[in-house]
Design a protein around this ligand. Structure first.
Ligand code: NAD
Length: 290
């Protein structure tokens, strides 16, 4: 397929390189980053759209996506698909999809889970929103860049699935870390706590797969001095998007709100910036009840 790829940062570069390695004809544009191997450089975002059946974006946020869409949509050929893999707010995803539809194109929002390692290995999970036919068209590309793609419904539903998942993850990680810090103070051994909880009703991905306590459970960023992994800054971004969506949809999400506030404090006023999101455990360990 002839593909345009805009935004070749930490995630976009390996994703585009995997598409090129699979034999696709990929033309890329980034305001700053260098082109990965196999990707032809375009002079502008609009230029990546020339003759492209699919234009992929992997950008920092919804405002930038909207700006890039304004430039790229008029340059895309009728029937082409705009595939946004960035994590952005649901409203931006839906606005861009409407703009694409009005121009005779279709749009799929397909944010990812799996991080830079997953992008490099081609094992990302995509959660997608948009018309069935457009999803079917981009599916072979998602299969190159990832291991799993779930169609979640109409435009914006990929972003909705992503922020709901990460709201659960953020709140669950916090309470798992709180519980370890409480267990410490109660004299309960961490290994015993893991052995019980990981096979009981308190179990979760945060406890069983990504345990925040060093030396306990499978290898995780806790065993590597809390180097990310999944950075606390990125968790904060997703929790903010979840609250933005909750406000827009008038949903009551008190724990999601509390999780967002705690990660904001951790990243912006404490030492959370650049650390894995599971570094909430040493944070709680070092604090007393307020
Ligand atoms: P990044 O900052 O490394 O890459 C973004 C790229 O977009 C940069 O190279 C930047 O120069 C480029 N860019 C910015 N404005 C542009 C414009 N107007 N035109 C063209 N290029 C432009 O970020 P990343 O880590 O690759 O993340 C990309 C997206 O993926 C984000 O939405 C992020 O939330 C999401 N995401 C990241 C991870 C992760 O672990 N890094 C995991 C899941 C999802």
């Amino acid at each position: 397929m002839k593909i345009g790829f805009i935004g070749l940062g930490n995630m976009g570069a390996p994703m585009a390189a995997n598409l090129a390695a699979a034999g696709h004809d990929v033309t890329g544009f980034d305001v700053a980053a260098a082109m990965p191997e196999g990707v032809t450089k375009a002079a502008s975002a609009a230029q990546t759209a020339a003759g492209a059946e699919v234009v992929i974006t992997m950008l920092p946020n919804g405002d930038i996506l909207r700006r890039v869409a304004d430039e790229v949509i008029p340059a895309m050929e009728k029937g082409a698909v705009l595939l946004d893999c960035s994590t952005v707010d649901v409203d931006s995803a839906r606005a861009v999809a409407e703009q694409a539809a009005a121009a005779g194109l279709s749009a799929v929002d397909a944010p990812v889970s799996g991080g830079v390692g997953g992008a490099q290995a081609g094992t990302l999970t995509f959660m997608a929103g948009g018309p069935e036919e457009a999803f079917a068209k981009v599916r072979p590309l998602l299969e190159v860049m990832g291991a799993k793609a779930v169609h979640c419904g109409p435009a914006g539903n990929g972003q909705a699935a992503k922020i709901c998942n990460n709201m659960i993850l953020g709140a669950t990680m916090i309470v798992t870390c709180e519980a370890f810090a409480l267990a410490d103070r109660l004299g309960l051994d961490r290994q015993a706590m893991f052995d019980v909880v990981s096979t009981s009703s308190g179990s979760s991905w945060s406890m069983n797969t990504y345990c925040p306590a060093p030396g306990i459970g499978p290898k995780s960023p806790a065993d590597n001095d809390y180097k990310p992994g999944f950075a606390a800054d990125l968790m904060l971004k997703d929790l903010r998007l979840a609250q933005k969506a909750a406000e827009s949809a008038e949903a009551d999400t008190p724990l999601g709100q509390a999780a967002m506030e705690l990660y904001a404090q951790f990243v912006e006023s404490e030492d959370g910036k650049g650390r894995d999101f599971s570094a909430m455990l040493p944070r709680f360990e070092n604090r007393r009840r307020a």
